[in-house]
Design a protein around this ligand. Structure first.
Ligand code: CMP
Length: 138
């Protein structure tokens, strides 16, 4: 089992000035940031990242949203990182997210939900490698 996960602070949270507050919560929850960058995804790169959702009705909206402003991509390390991070961010739909979770605090809707967290160790590796070269992962 890997002890790493991948996250993105999404354009909605960036626009509202929440990057610092979210990173503080991640830090205080005991995650070590092992790679991080702020980048603006092109629509084509956002579409590639979310290719798994290509057939879903919300795919177009998702690609437009994820490419409308900068995201903060990061690889995080902690024991049981994938599960622990998904607990920290809360349910995909902020209306169903537990109190104190990042999505409960900062997300407005199921589509603009502030932050991404990988759903498996395999996807954490794939998603981390999408954004960071081996030289950028410490
Ligand atoms: P995330 O879990 O990071 O990755 C898939 C994203 O698709 C999800 O966050 C939401 O931003 C978006 N998404 C999932 N379900 C819906 C939905 N029903 N309507 C719109 N967007 C969605």
């Amino acid at each position: 089992m890997t002890n790493r996960t991948f996250t993105m602070i999404k354009p909605d949270a960036t626009e509202k000035g929440h990057i610092g507050a979210i990173l503080k919560i991640i830090d205080e929850a005991g995650f070590r940031i092992v790679a991080m960058k702020i980048i603006l995804l092109s629509a084509s790169k956002a579409g590639e990242f979310y290719e798994v959702h290509k057939e879903r009705p919300f795919y177009g909206e998702l690609v437009e949203f994820m490419s409308r402003g900068p995201i903060t991509a990061a690889i995080l390390e902690k024991d049981n990182a994938v599960d622990e991070f998904r607990k920290l961010i809360g349910a995909t739909n902020p209306a169903q997210a537990a109190d104190g979770t990042i999505r409960k605090l900062f997300a407005a809707s199921i589509s603009e939900n502030a932050i991404h967290g990988s759903d498996s160790d395999e996807n954490a590796r794939i998603e981390g490698d999408f954004f960071f070269s081996k030289l950028e992962q410490f």
